[in-house]
Write a protein that binds this ligand. Structure first.
Ligand code: ATP
Length: 357
């Protein structure tokens, strides 16, 4: 059984280094019976500004060779490519490593500030296809004086893998008592033929899982329902751009980006990173919330543990998540985004203390 793992570490831009440092310390203090070896790799907007390269070939090679990739946040509004778009090596990684499933858990923990009146049982996972869809021509869109075009691409190959992943996740959630084994396909099949194709492939996968249930929703209706009755959903699966938008809506339901983790998972590789960006408005102040980063690291432990059959990693993932939940519920240590005045380090320490209990 493999117990020694290489982790490529993208420290990133803005608050990235501030939230990843305590997260790595937490992982190092936690690991028993397995070992994580961290390899920091340069990439991002600051690196681009210095060198003219956003994602060096060597960094991509290190990421490709690693067992998992832990990434904080990359990109800065002030550093852009000549065409005006932002530096986002995390999107390049998704395409280069075939990370088709963007996993965005949305869960409202007890004691968490949220805009919702009722927080009963909000616990669903949004799966965002992450390599094609409306991002297919990203950086290659055709723009003339009179018009601009981008192309939406839905392929059978990626969609089939995506839907198989979604139903597998629903089955695992049901087995662990976290969900009812239900998958909802979010699309716009009433308007676009590409989404009717997407939905047809979803239905074909659904038919292979008589033990699970499924339905469909149009993306505009889903935006409404996620605000009105988010507790009704279990696993949602959708196209890249729709998922981009709905995952921020999910983070909003959770009470902010500071507690929203994510993973981009493919057949052979996976990147774990918070949903938020590099938050340049608060960078350097030591007050960024590290919880989304810590919860993303917990997702990494869970994925590695499951993939390699290391139970200690899966247990530690659950302990880490429970520690974050407990710190939120107690409410004694909170960064400003959660209504408190504490620092990144203080919150990370509170999570570490809780885990050590
Ligand atoms: P991107 O497009 O790169 O995802 P974004 O434009 O969505 O980035 P973010 O960098 O995620 O923007 O920041 C959005 C807002 O959320 C900012 O006000 C930022 O300060 C806040 N924010 C993001 N992450 C955190 C965090 N970890 N702790 C506290 N506040 C955060």
């Amino acid at each position: 059984m493999q117990t020694d793992f290489q982790i490529a570490l993208f420290e990133g831009d803005g608050i990235g280094p501030e939230i990843i440092a305590p997260t790595v310390r937490l992982l190092q203090a936690t690991m028993r019976g397995y070992r994580l070896n961290f390899a920091p790799v340069p990439a991002g907007a600051a690196h681009y500004a210095q060198t003219g390269t956003a994602l060096p070939a060597q960094s991509l090679a290190t990421a490709r060779a690693a067992d998992a990739i832990l990434l904080s946040a990359m990109g800065l509004p002030s550093v852009r490519y000549p065409d005006g778009t932002e530096i986002s090596p995390q999107i390049d990684l998704r395409k280069a490593l075939g990370l088709f499933a963007g996993v965005r858990p949305v869960r409202i923990f007890a004691g968490q500030p949220t805009p919702l009146r009722s927080t009963a049982e909000v616990d669903f996972v949004l799966i965002r296809e992450s390599t094609e869809g409306l991002f297919h021509t990203q950086g290659r869109g055709e723009v003339t004086d009179t018009e601009a075009r981008e192309t939406l691409l839905i392929t059978r190959e990626v969609s089939e893998k995506l839907f198989a992943f979604a139903f597998d996740l629903a089955r695992r959630r049901k087995a662990s008592g976290r969900g009812r084994g239900h998958v909802t396909c979010v699309d716009k099949a009433n308007v676009f033929r590409a989404f009717a194709f997407f939905r047809g492939l979803f239905d074909a996968e659904a038919a292979r899982h008589p033990d699970l249930t499924s339905d469909h929703a149009y993306v505009d209706a889903m935006a409404l329902w996620l605000v009105q009755r988010p507790q009704d959903f279990d696993v949602l699966v959708t196209e890249n751009m729709f998922g981009d938008i709905l995952s921020d809506l999910g983070a909003g339901l959770m009470g902010g980006l500071g507690v929203a983790p994510s993973a981009d998972i493919g057949a052979d590789h996976a990147v774990f990173q918070p949903c938020h960006g590099s938050a340049p408005d608060i960078a350097g102040q030591g007050c960024a919330n590290p919880m989304a980063m810590i919860l993303s690291a917990a997702m990494m432990l869970e994925w590695l543990g499951q993939r390699h059959g290391v139970e200690a990693m899966q247990r530690d993932a659950a302990r880490m998540q429970a520690a974050v939940e407990a710190v939120i519920a107690e409410g004694a240590v909170r960064t400003p985004d959660m209504g408190g005045r504490d620092t990144t380090e203080a919150v990370a320490q509170a999570v570490a203390d809780r885990m050590a209990r």
